[in-house]
Write a protein that binds this ligand. Structure first.
Ligand SMILES: NC(=O)c1ccc[n+]([C@@H]2O[C@H](COP(=O)([O-])OP(=O)(O)OC[C@H]3O[C@@H](n4cnc5c(N)ncnc54)[C@H](O)[C@@H]3O)[C@@H](O)[C@H]2O)c1
Length: 318
């Protein structure tokens, strides 16, 4: 049995579905919070509930007792911990919420891993931990990173806590630093999805730093393949952190161009000079470690990935 936290979320849904298709038993936990459309989370969850090998618990992982009770008799081999409060901007608007979510859930689930003697704990970190380092591409060996957002700070804290647990209690921990993951059933707060909604509703979009922003967009199917390889791999070291990015950033303006092409419609754009506090100008992953350890080989270009997203969006957002 595999435990996936945040199973009704974007990445958790795709990972759960893939494992369920492979006839693996999946225990999913999600609080179904209202950070974005609950409807979308329930839609994902209903698709997962069609599988007989799926067991779901609507639990808020901040509640240790409830989570522990739910998992008491379940024989979990690995945990993939994806539940969190994502988002850089909200972490600056509501810092306490992000700290409370991302630190307390992390400690609780890690403690459950220790008590239940679960051998492998895989968790979501983020490119945000690199902050404003100018050392491109971002390398796991660079220890000078200092996150600029509260969100990034919680993810870096998670890595430090996992490092300590893996060293002291012997479980294998693997932190995955995701870089702008996108695709069908994605997150409505992310630019590609938010802009798609605005285009549909003829609303103006705001483009920061005159569009001179770069993101290492990583397509969901590539990410899921990567996570499966992490699950299969026997790691030598007790704790690893691995960049999960495409290794090739794209311009924000290219993203806009591809969306316009897919929807056959032009954006109304308001360019501004500023970059919102906490946002990074450029994210760019060095993926050598991922290649070496987990045969990481992301193939999907932004153009192809956004085509697939747009097909899904047109069908599901009416
Ligand atoms: N999508 C990306 O581009 C990206 C990039 C970097 C890191 N990440 C990280 O990857 C993970 C998954 O991201 P996502 O894009 O799927 O986000 P998501 O918001 O779609 O999924 C997270 C899920 O966790 C659930 N959740 C939140 N707090 C919870 C709690 N206390 N108890 C139980 N469930 C809770 C939410 O209801 C949600 O369904 C997160 O940890 C996120 O920080 C994502």
């Amino acid at each position: 049995m595999i435990l996936i936290t945040g199973c009704a979320g974007f990445i958790g849904f795709h990972l759960s579905k893939k494992l369920l298709e492979k006839k693996i038993q999946v225990v999913g936990i999600d609080s179904i919070n209202d950070y974005y459309s609950k409807n979308l989370k329930l839609k994902r969850l209903n698709l997962l509930k069609k599988y007989k090998n799926f067991f779901f618990g609507k639990i808020d992982l901040k509640n240790y007792e409830k989570a522990h009770e739910f998992l008491k008799y379940k024989k979990i081999k690995q945990i993939i911990h994806l539940a969190a409060q994502p988002g850089v901007r909200i972490s600056l608007a509501k810092p306490y919420n992000t700290l409370n979510q991302n630190l307390n859930t992390f400690i609780n689930i890690l403690e459950i891993t220790r008590i239940k003697k679960i051998k492998k704990f895989i968790y979501a970190s983020s490119s945000s931990i690199y902050g404003n380092t100018k050392l491109y591409p971002f390398n796991e060996l660079d220890l000078k990173n200092s996150p600029v957002s509260v969100y990034g700070a919680t993810k870096l804290s998670n890595e430090i806590i996992a490092q300590s647990y893996s060293r002291n209690f012997g479980m294998k921990c693997v932190g995955l630093r995701f870089f702008t993951v996108y695709g069908p059933y994605g997150r409505p707060d992310m630019a590609y999805y938010d802009f798609s909604n605005k285009l549909k509703n003829n609303k103006k979009i705001f483009v920061f730093n005159k569009g001179k922003m770069l993101r290492d967009f990583t397509y969901i199917d590539d990410v899921i393949k990567g996570i499966l390889n992490v699950m299969r791999k026997n790691f030598k070291d007790n704790h690893e952190v691995i960049n999960i990015g495409k290794g090739k950033p794209d311009n924000l303006m290219d993203m806009i161009k591809y969306l316009e092409k897919n929807y056959k419609k032009k954006f109304r754009i308001k360019f501004t000079n500023n970059i919102p506090v906490g946002d990074m100008k450029k994210t760019y992953s060095n993926v050598n470690k991922a290649k070496r350890l987990i045969n990481w080989n992301p193939k999907t270009t932004l153009k192809t990935g956004l085509e697939k997203f747009a097909i899904w969006f047109k069908k599901h957002n009416d």
